[in-house]
Design a protein around this ligand. Sequence first.
Ligand code: SF4
Ligand code: F3S
Length: 106
Amino acid sequence: AFIVTDNCIKCKYTDCVEVCPVDCFYEGPNFLVIDPDECIDCALCEPECPAEAIFSEDELPAGQEAFVEINADLAGKWPNITEKKDPLPDAEEWDGKPDKLQYLER
Ligand code: SF4
Ligand code: F3S
């Protein structure tokens, strides 16, 4: 499956959801996740993310391993999202800041 990682937090650009052929993105207050059971590994979403926050589970950058479980867990708790919306107000400011997991709202 593909995994949404740290840099989505507090940005949530949502460009990713528009291209997913199986609509497997789920939305929380300041982050999105992919349901690993629904993702078909098409890779279409990866280049769409302005924050470069989406990776194949097989190519996760070092330090992002916790997001495998976070995506699987929160996909079962959050509502589905299929249409792009405005990013969070301070998205540009937060884009690229390290270690945003501490700010994840569940
Ligand atoms: Fe959807 Fe394809 Fe991205 Fe998986 S890899 S979340 S199926 S767009
Ligand atoms: Fe997040 Fe990137 Fe999608 S910032 S909402 S994974 S476009």
